[in-house]
Structure formats: structure tokens, C-alpha cells
Design a protein around this ligand. Structure first.
Ligand code: DGT
Ligand code: CA
Ligand code: CA
Ligand code: ZN
Length: 581
């Protein structure tokens, strides 16, 4: 069963094939809007029917009636009819780069091609090259794009792509004629995973820049090369898009391609309410449904200001209440990058870390930090020789000795104490009470039912010796779903017991994730941004943790390790007065 967005998109293609002058665009806009609004569309319909649908961005009366029919009956009559006349897998086939509506119509009418399998057969039989306007070259391009589409994997971790994107931007910036070059899209919004790299360059000589771009050694294949947009596959399997625009519209292009789509839909809606229209070339006056005078385009700030809004940082452009906050000028002052002063989750060679405490200190200093907490695992993790009470005490004496030698850096005595099956902890209370920083976390029984898992975690953080819940949900991106937890309950317990929740910046953890950070911040729960370092070079993950905090609207005051070591210890001391030993 196709989704509503798919159906609307198919209508758009259908009308395009039929030659309608404005319907294709109306349906494409509606499809985009429905995608961006997600489940909100159905909620809106349920509460307000057709009338409420019309009030949504990008949805007019007749499309609203189709959506209504879809929700009421599960079908749209006109769609079913159209499908009979044109039984083509539009959604599947248009995933191939460069295969547009008119091509689909032609392939169907002349060769009866309705889906990917038939397209492949047509390609192997070389039937496509003989169509009017095609030829060997375009047939080969289609085959190549089809193969690339099938090979194209899913999403990539931000931490893998960001350094690469920085390199690409540096390379592109050196192409003669390039004035500015940046990346936009999910990368600029620092989403935990990104689909592709969206690049923007400004120049007076677009053709030269495009030639140079597609000829870069790191480009493996060219999906599409145009005057203002080219799309390539890089050698590491990632796609990159480059848009080239005149320098004076840079702000508008950056705003547009930073997204996300939902943010842009809402922003355009706001523009429309002021009788303005917004696209990648600027903000224009709307005069009799046509574009009028250009009002802003040079910087993002100009555009938002012209809409009477503050400029939301890219990290929070998710199409939620940032629009309203920007408009009422109540955006939070997000925690700046570089705010974290110490790392509060670090493993050493006492357990499964690769380096000594001393080597981790050297690396942390080099990364600009002024303290770290040694938080080796505890004995429940026998396979990595987790520490018992005696060993923790012994490690504490080693840390005291090291601190006496250190200048301008402080090592805190800590633990990553295992949460046992029943919510008990893996070290004695007297041991925990002797430490500067007590983190607790789950490393077993990931599949307990929600109620039991939540009770287990809540019980652990109710222990008055506990300062922080490490990697609270235990998800591993692409590998493990994470615990089934009632996060509201966990957040309430963290608040009650004054326990910080960790943002574990280890890339495939990214745990807490942005939405939970937001909920924690709203509840007044403190956060800690840690790298979960197991080797000296892991301290480079700090900015990724800061990015998650920003995406969750956290400010400096929300994060405990933006404090100096001295202030942090004083803060923990206040709590410690309530500790049991
Ligand atoms: P990704 O690549 O899946 O991680 O996510 P994005 O957000 O980077 O999405 P992408 O690469 O498809 O497009 C980059 C930005 O360009 C997107 O965030 C907003 C803008 N954009 C792209 N296509 C459209 C569109 O059809 N409509 C609107 N309003 N904006 C678009
Ligand atoms: Ca993208
Ligand atoms: Ca893209
Ligand atoms: Zn852990």
C-alpha cells in the first residue's frame, strides 16, 4: 500500500505526463508537505477535517478533499482509476537519478515498462537506446544510475562524514573561481546520521567550477552534471551534491539547503502569511501570485530578520517549535562548541581502555580539557576484568599520586558501575561514597520488558551515591535498538535524585539522543557530555556530544561539565552531604 505522500507524488507525475500547467507543482508541494508534517497530518484531519487540512502549508482545497477521502476510506478513487490507466511503479522508478515523468510515460507507452525488473530487462535487451531521443549513451547512463541506486546504502554516522566534508570543502575552495564553499543539509544541522553531503559554492564562473568538481580524484561516478547542480558518488560510497549560485544569493541558498524540509515548509508558510515567497534565491514580495521585488538573500540573518524572526541555529531547525521561538524572539542561547571543560567518562588500561591513566591525561590536555574522570567498568563485566571494590580503592590511590604531580589538570576518581539485574549496584556504597564521580549504566539484559527495565534503572539512580546515568538508553546505531524505557519516568527520577543524564558522544551511541535531551532540559535535569573514550584519540568526539546537546536546546547551565573542576567538585560536594556510606 503506497503512503499518502507517495500517492500525492504519483498524482504530480501523472499530471506532468498529462501536460497540466500547474497541478504537478501543487501535488509535489503537497507531497513534500505531507512528508514533512508526518503523523501531524492525520492528527490535524482527525480534529478538524478538510477545513483543518486546508490550513496546513502546501495543501489546497481539492487536495485536502483527496486526503480526506484517503483517511476515511483508505483509497482515493481517482488514484485507483489512474493506476489502471498507468500502472507504473512511479515511486520506485523515480528513485533512479535522471528518470523524470516524461521518461516514465515514454518507457511505458512504447515498451510497456512498469517497474524496475522490466526496466532492467529492457536495458539488457538494449531496447531503450532505440527510443526516439534516446541512444546508446543515454541508455548506458540509465543503466549506470540504476546500478548506483541499487548499491546506494543507507545513512552514515555524522562523525565519519564531517571530517571528510571539511576536506572536500577545503579542496573545492581551491578551485579557481570559487568564492565561498560550505556544506549544508543534515550535516550542518549535525544530525546523528546523514544521507549525503550537500555542498554550496558561489562563483561567477559556474561551468568551470562544475567541470572541476566532477573531475576531482575523489569522485567515483557522476550521477548528474548541470549548470547549477551536480551530483556525484564519492569513492567512499557517499553521495555529494553541489549547488553553484552567484555570491549575492548565498544566504538564501544556504538557508534553503540547510533544511530541514519541515523547517523550510513552515518558514515558507510564514513568508506567505506576510505576502512574501521564499526559495533558494531569496525572499521575494508576492505580487498577484507572481514573484516581485527581492527583499533578502545575502545572509540567513537577513532572511529571518525580514520575516521578523531570530535566526535559529542550524541544529534546531527541525520544523518544530523553533519557528515559534524564533518569531517570539525567545530562542535559547545554546551551549557553544568548546564549552565542555572535562570528560566524565573515560576508560583506561585498568579495564578495556587501551591506554594508561597518564596517557589519557596527556591526550585530554591536548584536546583542550582541564580534567577527566577515570570511570573503568566494574566486576560484573568479568570478560574485561571489571574492577572490584579493592581495585577501585587501589586505583584511587594511584590517581591521588598522579594528581600530586599534575599542574593545571585534575583527574577525578570515578567509576562506570554496573547496574545489576534488580537495579542494585556492582560496588559497595562505601566504595561509591569514596569517589568523586559515580556513573552507573546497564550492560546486560537489554531486553527486559519496559516496566521491569524502567524500574531497574530508576532504582539504580535512586541510590544517593549516584551522580550520573551513563549512556541511558544503551542503543547502538545500526546494531541495537536500545532499552525499552519509560523516559519520562527516568527523567523524573533523575530530577528527583539530582542525577545527571549523560550524552555519550561515542558516535554509534549518541545516547542520550536529541529528543531525550530536550525532554531532560525541559524537566530541569542536568546533563554530562562525555566521550566514553577507550583510546587517547577518542577525545575528538566531544564536539559531537556538544552537537547533540545543542540539538536538544541545552544551554551551558544545563551541562555539569561546562563547569571548572573546582566548581564541579563543589557542586558534587553539596550532593555528597546526602550520601550514605
Ligand atoms: P539527509 O541527506 O537525508 O541526511 O537529510 P537532508 O536534510 O540533508 O536532506 P537532503 O539532502 O535531501 O536535502 C538537503 C536540504 O535541502 C534539505 O534539508 C532541505 C532542502 N531540500 C531539498 N529538497 C527539498 C525539497 O524538495 N523541498 C524543500 N522545501 N527543501 C528541500
Ligand atoms: Ca543531505
Ligand atoms: Ca542532498
Ligand atoms: Zn558503558
Amino acid at each position: 500500500m503506497p503512503t499518502l505522500a507517495d500517492i500525492l507524488y504519483e498524482f504530480s507525475v501523472w499530471h506532468e505526463i498529462g501536460g497540466s500547467p500547474f497541478k504537478p507543482r501543487a501535488y509535489a508541494l503537497a507531497a513534500e508537505s505531507v512528508t514533512a508534517l508526518g503523523s501531524d497530518v492525520k492528527d490535524t484531519w482527525r480534529t478538524g477535517g478538510v477545513k483543518a487540512l486546508v490550513a496546513l502549508p502546501g495543501i489546497g482545497r481539492s487536495i485536502a478533499e483527496k486526503i480526506d477521502e484517503y483517511f476515511r476510506t483508505g483509497h482515493i478513487k481517482e488514484y485507483d482509476m489512474m493506476k489502471k490507466r498507468f500502472p507504473v511503479d512511479i515511486t520506485g522508478l523515480t528513485r533512479i537519478e535522471g528518470l523524470g515523468p516524461k521518461h516514465l510515460a515514454e518507457l511505458y507507452r512504447r515498451l510497456g515498462i512498469t517497474d524496475l525488473a522490466m526496466l532492467k530487462r529492457g536495458l539488457t535487451r538494449h531496447e531503450i537506446r532505440s527510443l526516439p531521443g534516446w541512444g546508446v549513451k543515454s541508455e548506458e547512463r540509465l543503466a549506470k544510475n540504476l546500478a548506483l541506486m541499487e548499491r546506494s546504502s543507507g545513512r552514515h554516522l555524522l562523525s565519519e562524514i564531517l571530517p571528510m566534508a571539511d576536506d572536500i570543502v577545503a579542496i573545492l575552495s581551491k578551485i579557481p573561481g570559487v568564492r565561498r564553499c560550505v556544506y549544508a543539509g543534515s550535516l550542518r544541522r549535525r544530525q546523528e546520521t546523514v544521507g549525503d553531503i550537500d555542498l554550496i559554492a558561489t562563483t561567477d564562473t559556474p561551468a568551470r567550477v562544475m567541470d572541476a568538481f566532477v573531475a576531482l580524484p575523489l569522485v567515483e561516478a557522476v550521477h548528474e552534471k548541470g549548470k547549477t547542480r551536480s551530483s556525484v558518488r564519492l569513492r567512499n560510497g557517499i553521495d555529494a551534491d553541489l549547488r553553484v549560485v552567484p555570491d549575492e544569493v548565498f544566504g538564501a541558498t544556504l538557508q534553503y539547503f540547510t533544511g530541514d524540509k519541515r523547517h523550510n515548509v513552515l518558514l515558507r508558510e510564514r513568508a506567505l502569511s506576510k505576502r512574501l515567497t521564499l526559495n533558494e534565491y531569496g525572499l521575494f514580495r508576492l505580487a498577484k501570485k507572481k514573484m516581485g521585488e527581492r527583499l533578502a538573500c545575502a545572509t540567513e540573518e537577513d532572511i529571518y530578520a525580514r520575516l521578523d524572526m531570530e535566526t535559529p541555529p542550524p541544529e534546531i531547525r527541525g520544523g518544530g517549535d523553533e519557528i515559534e521561538a524564533a518569531w517570539t524572539k525567545t530562542l535559547p542561547h545554546l551551549l557553544p562548541y568548546g564549552s565542555v571543560k572535562g570528560d566524565l567518562q573515560v576508560q583506561t588500561d585498568w579495564t578495556d581502555g587501551s591506554a594508561s591513566i597518564g596517557d589519557m591525561v596527556t591526550a585530554a590536555k591536548a584536546a583542550g580539557l582541564s580534567y577527566l574522570a577515570v570511570t573503568d567498568h566494574t566486576k560484573a563485566l568479568a570478560f574485561i576484568h571489571g574492577l572490584d571494590d579493592v581495585q577501585v580503592k587501589k586505583q584511587g590511590r594511584a590517581i591521588d599520586a598522579l594528581n600530586r604531580k599534575l599542574r593545571g589538570f585534575r583527574v577525578l576518581k570515578g567509576t562506570e558501575c554496573d547496574i545489576l539485574r534488580d537495579g542494585g549496584l556492582d560496588l559497595k556504597d562505601s566504595t561509591l561514597a569514596s569517589l568523586d564521580w559515580v556513573g552507573v549504566s546497564v550492560h546486560s539484559l537489554f531486553n527486559l520488558p519496559r516496566k521491569a527495565q524502567t524500574a531497574r534503572v530508576v532504582k539504580a539512580i535512586a541510590n544517593p551515591n549516584v551522580d550520573c546515568l551513563f549512556h541511558p538508553t544503551c542503543r547502538i546505531i545500526g546494531k541495537r535498538e536500545g532499552l525499552d524505557l519509560d523516559m519520562d519516568e527516568v527523567i523524573a527520577a533523575a530530577k528527583k535524585h539530582r542525577v545527571a543524564l549523560e550524552i555519550d558522544a561515542y558516535p554509534d551511541r549518541s545516547d542520550l539522543r536529541d529528543i531525550h535531551v530536550r525532554a531532560a532540559v525541559q524537566a530541569g535535569v542536568k546533563l554530562a557530555i562525555d566521550t566514553d573514550a577507550h583510546t587517547p584519540d577518542h577525545f575528538r568526539f566531544i564536539p559531537f556530544g556538544e552537537a547533540i546537546a545543542r540539538r536538544g536546546w541545552a544551554t551551558t547551565a544545563d551541562v555539569v561539565n561546562t563547569k571548572s573542576a573546582k566548581d564541579l567538585l563543589a557542586y558534587l560536594d553539596k550532593k555528597r552531604k546526602r550520601r550514605v556510606s
